[in-house]
Design a protein around this ligand. Structure first.
Ligand code: DGJ
Length: 722
């Protein structure tokens, strides 16, 4: 896992298939000489020596031809002869920003340590190399904590900075990861979108300059994901090299790639330095969030396989690992706010008859909430609407043999609420300005420990007094008016990060206290679909767009990094409420079965025959849900094929699989083609309906596709190895 060469000046970190090599120069600069496919151990110092010197760059430390700007570094600093973007920036009490970090030593941790206050990936066999660098004049120590997950082919890193001096300094920027490449021959790939159409996969050619992707929203956001990747030219689902960074963080982040004058690239990811600073007092340490680094030598599918396995085993809550995905009915698109006890129980009764497992009561059950204008913060049941106590409704649902789930939006407060009337100072705002209101709500100041404690005790009471099996934790607006009356003057730019630390503290306490509750994260859909939230909540409502056709690129993009088992996907009405589009029931199911299946369908107004059909789908899903949860997911079509989407899941024992295919628009006078499968055993025989085929046939010739006679056409196959 870790080889020390050159009298401990070269660190060769190895996973099963990859290598990451640091080399410490005579000057004490720590260089990152290699990241990629596994190589044989070597000092690799020649990589630096062989760099041909460019003109007009400064020498460093008075050494002739030592041009730091060309050297690939592990954690470059500001104010030196490398004039590219530094990985961190500090402001000292005397106004100076200059730092000169030099290597001072390393140590190895045999067990991976948690990062204080932040979600951390864990693994029994993970080892951590800590590389220490100091600036003796400023008395600061910067440590890179690099963990190796050998079997997973994953390397993670977080960075800490300790103030060993006697004066407070200000951190202005502190990235979690900085990767320098001696090439710019890449495309950069990322996920972007908007509310209702999140996580579309994009890629573009790199050119000289800086490409930056960020969120300033206080959440990772609908428009971008804390992920960035460099891909070799022409990379496809099963071909090409990819170098990817994914940040375990749910707040404002930045990710960038800078291409310099000499065709080198620098890729970074971390907390957004925009509107961020942190007062680092003497004898205190600041820790960045963790970045998960994955290299794939076989395109996007392999990248996904690595991330999926790793997140399932090393990130998601342990309590969720053995739990089957429940088939849910959620009343949101069925009733919106217009419900009472009878309506809910009526829906639940039909759901139970349809073999659904879980009833989720969405927004509108508390305070005086009849629409979005009131009551967030007053987490007390509206007994008039529910026809009695919440516990009685839950009992009614449980009697139908359904689990019970409840919607909450704990981070928010409505101006028209008892909570706001009692604590107007608990919201994020700047005194003197009327705070902006969005969806008729304010954001609670989670940097304030009193607010955190209040939420912990309110939720503890709610979950103790009611037999709740599932919680949908929503968050429906971003942070404006960034100011906290709780934080000091010099701490105001700490608010964004302190909010997230406060949120993580609440989630940590609550999910530890109530491990039996399954949590679904939601932020108006995928407005906070990131590894930070996944650490506490193994499900995420992928998008408020529930139209299956709109969902296809969203789910495909999401699946690039996050396991499909974490995607909450519901079959909704046709015409779809957001798009007005009509789509066949079968297509809606095929798309929703790519993740954790649920319904937002008014089952009460369906004919008996339709309910029979739904029951069949539910049971079909139950027979494959172990595949969705634990199987290997592979995309069969390329992302630029916008008319066809196809994917497969293979079970862990590779005995069963499910293959799905959707064609968006029918085409005039075309002949049906075939669909080639992937990752089968060439010699093995597979049963497809009444036929059997060799694996090699299915991979090279493929399944026969039907002639498509209408738009939004779906097919799926269940395949067993004989
Ligand atoms: C936004 C969510 O994404 C919806 O599913 C629903 O829960 C509403 N909020 C309720 O207000």
């Amino acid at each position: 896992m870790l080889e020390l060469l050159d009298q401990n000046k070269t660190f060769h970190l190895q996973t099963k298939e990859t290598s990451l090599v640091y080399h410490v120069l005579e000057t004490g600069h720590v260089t990152l000489v290699y990241w990629g496919k596994k190589i044989n151990s070597h000092s690799l110092s020649y990589v630096i020596q062989d760099i041909k010197r460019a003109s007009y760059l400064s020498n460093t430390d008075g050494i002739k031809d030592f041009k730091l700007e060309q050297i690939p570094q592990a954690y470059p600093s500001f104010g030196n002869t490398d004039l590219r973007t530094p990985s961190f920036e500090l402001l000292f009490a005397d106004g100076s920003r200059l730092t000169r970090l030099r290597y001072t030593g390393y140590y190895v941790e045999e067990t991976k340590q948690p990062i204080p206050g932040l979600p951390t990936t864990t693994g029994e066999d993970a080892k951590t190399l800590v590389i220490e660098m100091t600036d003796d004049y400023r008395q600061i120590k910067v440590s890179l904590h690099v963990s190796v997950f050998f079997e997973h082919n994953v390397i993670t890193q977080h960075v800490s900075i300790e103030n060993q001096g006697d004066k407070t300094l200000s951190i202005e920027k502190m990235m979690s990861g900085n990767i320098d490449f001696l090439s710019d021959n890449f495309d950069y790939c990322y996920l972007s979108g908007a509310w209702g159409r999140e996580a579309h996969r994009k890629s573009q050619a790199l050119t000289q300059g800086t490409f930056k992707l960020d969120s300033k929203r206080g959440a990772s956001g609908h428009g971008q994901n804390p992920f960035i990747s460099l891909a070799s030219k022409g990379a496809k689902e099963d071909y090409g090299e990819l170098y990817s960074l994914n940040l375990v963080y749910s707040g404002s982040f930045e990710a960038s790639v800078e291409v310099d004058m000499h065709q080198n690239s620098r890729m970074q990811i971390g907390i957004n330095s925009f509107d961020f600073s942190w007062e680092l007092h003497p004898e205190t340490t600041f820790h960045t969030p963790e970045v998960v680094m994955v290299y794939s030598d076989q395109g996007y599918n392999k990248l996904s396989h690595i991330y999926h396995d790793f997140y399932r085993q090393c990130l998601l809550p342990k309590s969720s690992i053995d739990r089957e995905l429940p088939v849910a009915i959620n009343n949101w698109e069925v009733t919106y706010f217009d419900f009472n006890k009878d309506k809910l129980l009526g829906l639940a009764e039909v759901a139970a008859k349809t073999d659904i497992d879980l009833f989720v009561l969405d927004d509108g059950w508390f305070g005086k909430r009849e629409d979005v204008t009131s009551s967030l913060g007053d987490w007390v049941a509206n007994e008039e609407k529910l026809g009695g106590k919440l516990s009685e409704l839950i009992e009614g649902i449980h009697e139908l043999n359904l689990d019970f789930g409840l919607w909450l939006e704990p981070e928010m407060v409505s101006p028209n609420s008892d909570l706001f009337r009692a604590h107007p100072d608990w919201i994020i705002h700047v005194p003197g300005y009327e705070p902006q209101i969005s969806r008729h709500q304010y954001v609670l100041d989670l940097a304030n420990e009193e607010v955190q404690d209040y939420l912990i005790s309110t939720l503890t009471d709610l979950f103790t007094n009611n037999k709740i099996d599932y919680v949908k934790w929503d968050m429906n607006r971003n942070i404006t008016d960034s100011g906290s009356t709780y934080l000091g003057v010099g701490e105001q730019r700490e608010l964004g990060h302190r909010y997230i630390l406060g949120l993580y503290r609440i989630l940590d306490v609550i999910t530890t206290k109530f491990p039996h509750i399954l949590f679904e994260s939601c932020a108006g859909g995928g407005g906070r679909y990131d590894p930070g939230m996944l650490h506490y909540m193994p499900l995420t409502w992928v998008s408020d767009g529930s139209d299956p056709i709109e969902r296809l690129p969203v789910q495909f993009g999401t699946s690039l990094i996050y396991p499909p088992s974490t995607m909450s996907c519901h079959v909704s009405e046709t015409p779809n409420h957001q798009m007005g589009r009509f789509s066949p029931l079968d297509t809606r199911h095929v798309v929703a079965m790519q993740g954790s299946l649920g319904y937002e369908l008014n089952l009460v107004n369906k004919e008996a025959s339709e309910l029979d059909e739904l029951k069949e789908y539910v049971n079909q899903y139950k027979s494959i849900r172990h595949l969705i949860k634990r199987g290997q997911f592979t995309r069969l079509t390329e992302v630029d094929d916008v008319n066809h989407y196809s994917w497969q899941f293979i079970s862990e024992d590779r005995q069963n699989m499910i293959v799905s295919y959707v064609q968006l628009l029918a085409k005039g006078n075309t002949v049906p083609k075939r669909l080639r499968l992937k990752e089968l055993e060439e010699e093995a025989i597979y049963q497809v309906n009444e036929h059997s085929y060799f694996g090699s046939e299915l991979m090279s010739i493929g399944l026969s596709l039907k002639k498509v006679t209408h738009d939004f056409y779906a097919m799926s196959w269940k395949i067993n190895k004989l």
